[in-house]
Write a protein that binds this ligand. Structure first.
Ligand SMILES: N[C@@H](CCOP(=O)(O)O)C(=O)O
Length: 444
């Protein structure tokens, strides 16, 4: 029998569990985030050089699923989740550099990979009880999770987003699904939404009536698959150039950037990692030497990164517990709105390249790096068409809209208002029995 890899909470106060149990729970019962006992180590030679993204994902994630009931299904789960491409597009004006485009999935953001992986896991894990997936979003996660779980039997999705603080098209996406998906527009920030979701997940009384889980990157079922495109891109470039590529990653709640660090910690060829942040400076301040101090998020053009208390900081700290070591291993820089605008304008005018405001933060950091031919990868997290109200006034035309986004925009959209209060979410959940399917088990 294969020894299962076990997972424990970053806060340490809960017994270790298998990966399927960690995914089912979403958040550890003590409020911490699940982490493996140790990160598995892998050699580049373990990967098929001719394999597709789904093959890389299967090889990379196999040790994480060792000994779990999901292990045998992992190749099929990866095939379902990674069924669209993550192209590496060379930047002609910048020798050695490429953009890793992660926005070719149904909701046009990188979150589609992780959300589809999580939904594929739950299709195999789910018992007879109805399950409610809670998701806090600053713009992109919500639609990806809605698309991945839409009409999945026995599952309801409740999305919380900060009212007025996501792009108009993101707001439309969040409200357009209907059926088993309900959007709640919260009178507060993303951090309020995330706090409310975490409180509900840790409310034992509520959970006894209404089984809940998470689809944010606090869940390992969302976080682990996000490692796959880093491994795939890094291995491809390393095989071509025999140099470990550097990555610049737009960063908000830290799940995507942490995934890249974990790939490097597993022994795969990744060079420097830079976090590109907006005017929310919790991480840049920490990496500049200040104490880690979560703060109120400020609204920016790169709204999906408007996070004042990045949830995955707990996992970052677990990965490299000594602050000096952590600061030496990574860099984080803040990019303000004026620079986001000028970066979008300059690349559209000079290179005919369109970037979303989040990707523009990373492009700006690349533009600051010396032109020395080093292998840089800029991570493009969302399609520019999701942010036409930012782009159009800057470039003078509306970016072309991909068909899956267009289909969402053609549907009617609706979101219910909710106060930014843990009790308000609890009351809403307990009052939504029919929508959440709880009447089927006699509760509510
Ligand atoms: N940037 C996110 C915020 C939530 O991040 P997650 O990766 O933890 O789901 C968003 O667009 O919603």
């Amino acid at each position: 029998m294969i020894e299962p890899l076990l997972y424990h909470s970053t806060r340490g106060a809960h017994p270790a569990v298998r990966i399927d149990e960690a995914i089912a729970a979403g958040l550890a019962p003590d409020g911490g985030l699940y982490v493996p006992e140790a990160l598995p180590q892998l050699d580049p030679s373990a990967f098929d050089p001719h394999g597709h993204l789904a093959d890389t994902a299967t090889t990379l994630l196999t040790p994480f699923f060792a000994g779990s009931p999901l292990a045998a299904a992992l190749p099929a789960i990866c095939a379902e989740a990674f069924d669209f491409d993550a192209p590496l597009r060379a930047l002609p004006q910048r020798p050695g550099a490429a953009v890793l485009e992660l926005f070719h999935g149904p909701s046009a953001a990188f979150k589609d990979f992780g959300a589809r992986f999580l939904a594929a896991c739950f299709r195999r894990l789910q018992g007879t009880q109805p399950l409610t997936i809670l998701v806090a979003t600053s713009g992109d996660t919500g639609a990806a999770v809605a698309a991945a779980f839409h009409r999945q039997p026995g599952v309801s999705v409740v999305i919380l987003y900060p009212d007025g603080r996501v792009s108009p098209r993101q707001a439309h996406q969040l409200g357009c699904f209907g059926d088993n998906v309900q959007a709640l527009r919260v009178d507060g920030s993303f951090d309020d939404c995330q706090r409310m979701v975490k409180a509900a997940l840790n409310d034992a009384q509520l959970q006894a009536q209404l089984p809940l889980s998470s689809a944010n990157s606090i869940s390992l079922g969302r976080l682990l698959p996000q490692m796959s495109y880093y491994a795939h891109a890094a291995l491809k470039l390393w095989r071509q150039h025999h140099v470990a590529p550097h990555f610049i990653i737009p960063t908000g709640n830290l799940g995507n950037a942490l995934a890249c660090l974990w790939v490097r910690e597993m022994g795969l060829p990744i060079g420097r990692i830079q976090f590109a942040c907006n005017a929310n400076i919790t991480l840049p301040d920490f990496f500049a030497g200040a104490d880690y101090t979560p703060r109120e998020a400020v609204a920016t053009l790169a709204n999906a990164m408007d996070v004042g208390a990045p949830s995955n900081f707990e996992r970052l700290h677990w990965t490299l517990p000594h602050e000096d070591e952590l600061r030496a291993a990574l860099q984080a820089h803040s990019v303000d709105d004026a620079t986001i605008r000028s970066t979008i304008v300059q690349h559209a005018r000079d290179q005919h390249e369109l970037f979303c405001p989040h990707t523009a933060t990373a492009m700006h950091l690349l533009d600051r790096e010396p032109l020395d031919g080093a292998p840089w990868v800029v991570v493009a997290t969302a399609h520019p068409a999701k942010f036409e109200t930012v782009l159009e006034p800057l470039i003078g035309y509306a970016p072309a809209v991909p068909p899956s986004l267009l289909a969402m925009l053609e549907r009617a959209a609706f979101a219910e208002p909710l106060m930014a209060d843990e009790g308000a979410l609890r009351d809403w959940l307990l009052g939504a029995g029919e929508f959440l399917g709880v009447r089927r088990r006699g509760v509510g």
